[in-house]
Ligand binder design. Structure first.
Ligand SMILES: *Cc1c(COP(=O)(O)O)cnc(C)c1O
Length: 444
């Protein structure tokens, strides 16, 4: 896979471990280097596992056991502390995430809980202003109950981030692309600045929107890469999981201490489901982002304001492609009117109304009404989150079917005006007329 357009190949930041030649990572759980010494590419590593199973099972067995018999010194004794299915998954993920160590827990928010437990009262956190709703909620809790000082900054502006960094900055928490505004954050520059302000600062990147298939925050200078395994890694919306990747051994041990102490390690069956999902990550992601690119272009060509890093019109297109290998499959667009957006969302058939993303099925939502509803309206306004924004999470369905579904929804919702060669988004004045007539209808 290569960056589209004008981004020169191979010069991108953070692609040191570019997967054309594979990478030098711990085995998962057995060495995966072919005999001639050439390293496997990521698409191969995703499906390749070699285990020392006593029956040579092709699928890693589910060790559905809370305890393991035997005396002290044996590898496993209690599943809260360790389980062979979970270990297999963790080693497999470490390789895929370009991490020395990976840990898996019961959800993405569980991962952030583990990470933020290293914070002490008085510590400062510098983070974004377009965060995942759950992340925002947890940070608010830490602020009100644990005396953690949280600075919400527009992290797309490195200078603003620098101004907020001090020797008291204990953690920098980034998401890129953000969701649903699809803003891009310069991981490498911010990581460098954070470590300059405080060498002990932990830079943690939420990589959920792209997955390790498209972006490796650790290669860009982050200390922690974490993500919700509920999304792309598992891919079928049938399991919840959280994944943490680290290179620093001490940090890894501190996180493991928390997981063992609180018991949030991923259960054996869920570990197995996640292992199964990871095998198809490359085919799913390739298809999903190809579909997403076509849909983003379709909407843009019909006059909508679309946010997607695969579009040249994205203001941070070059930055995105300097640190990622793909655009992902989440995009958002605006209609100018909450009522119009609501009607569009209600008029699709293939795009299911649902929070979340990363699933093989296409989804549609209004973040202000759903995933981001936990952010109060005043804060949403302050952070310029348009109330009418529609988020599309594109799946692996047939592209023509998806575009036909979206087209009929736009027409039925009255979001477009018919033209000689198809349709076009309404102008601002037309949108205003639409909203007014809606109000009239509703009043009547
Ligand atoms: C879903 C999500 C999370 C939380 O993950 P869960 O598995 O739902 O707990 C965190 N960050 C982002 C960006 C997400 O999309």
């Amino acid at each position: 896979m290569s960056a589209p357009g004008d981004i020169p190949n191979g010069v991108a930041k953070g692609l040191k471990h570019l997967d054309l030649d594979g990478h030098d990572l711990p085995p998962s759980p057995a060495p995966s280097t072919p005999t001639n010494g050439r390293k496997y590419a990521l698409a191969t590593e995703l499906v390749y596992t070699e285990s020392n199973d006593q029956f040579n099972s092709s699928s890693t067995p589910i060790y559905q056991s809370a305890t393991f018999k035997g005396g002290p010194g044996q590898e496993y004794d209690y599943t809260r502390s360790g389980n062979p299915t979970r270990t297999h998954l963790e080693r497999h993920l470490a390789k895929i995430m370009c991490a020395k160590r990976a840990l898996v827990v019961s959800s993405g928010m569980g991962a952030l809980d583990v990470i933020t437990r290293i914070l002490k009262p008085g510590d400062e956190v510098v983070t974004g202003d377009d965060l995942y709703g759950g992340t925002n909620r947890l940070l608010n809790y830490l602020r009100s109950n644990n005396d953690i000082i949280v600075h919400h900054i527009d992290t797309t502006n490195v200078e603003k981030v620098k101004a907020a960094l001090t020797s008291k900055t204990a953690m920098v928490l980034l998401e890129t692309p953000t969701n649903p505004l699809i803003k891009i954050v310069d991981i490498a520059s911010i990581a460098t600045a954070a470590h300059a302000a405080n060498p002990k600062a932990v830079v943690a990147v939420d990589n959920t929107m792209l997955s390790p298939y498209l972006q490796n925050p650790l290669d860009l200078g982050a200390d922690v890469s974490y993500e919700s395994g509920t999304k792309y890694l598992s891919g079928h919306h049938d399991v919840m999981a959280g994944v943490i990747g680290i290179n620093d051994e001490v940090l890894g041990d501190r996180f493991f201490f928390m997981i063992n102490s609180t018991g949030c390690g991923l259960a054996p069956f869920d570990s197995w489901l996640l292992l199964r999902g990871i095998k198809t990550l490359s085919v799913r992601m390739e298809k999903q982002q190809t579909n997403a690119q076509a849909i983003a272009e379709f909407l843009e060509n019909h006059g909508f304001k679309v946010r997607f890093p695969g579009l040249k019109s994205h203001p941070q297109y070059a930055l995105h492609w300097s640190q990622a290998r793909g655009a992902g499959a989440v995009l958002s667009f605006e209609t100018g009117s909450i009522a119009l957006s609501e009607r569009i969302v209600e008029s699709t058939h293939l795009f299911g109304i649902s929070v979340s993303f990363g699933c093989v099925n296409s989804l549609i939502s209004m973040p202000c009404r759903m995933s981001h509803a936990s952010i109060d309206p005043a804060t949403r306004k302050e952070r310029a989150l348009p109330e009418d924004i529609i988020r599309l999470c594109v799946g692996i369905e047939d592209l023509d079917d998806l575009i036909a579904d979206l087209s009929q929804a736009l027409v039925r919702a009255g979001a477009v005006r018919l033209t000689d060669n198809g349709f076009q988004a309404l102008s601002a004045e037309e949108v205003e007329g639409e909203s007014r007539s809606t109000v009239l209808v509703m009043d009547g």
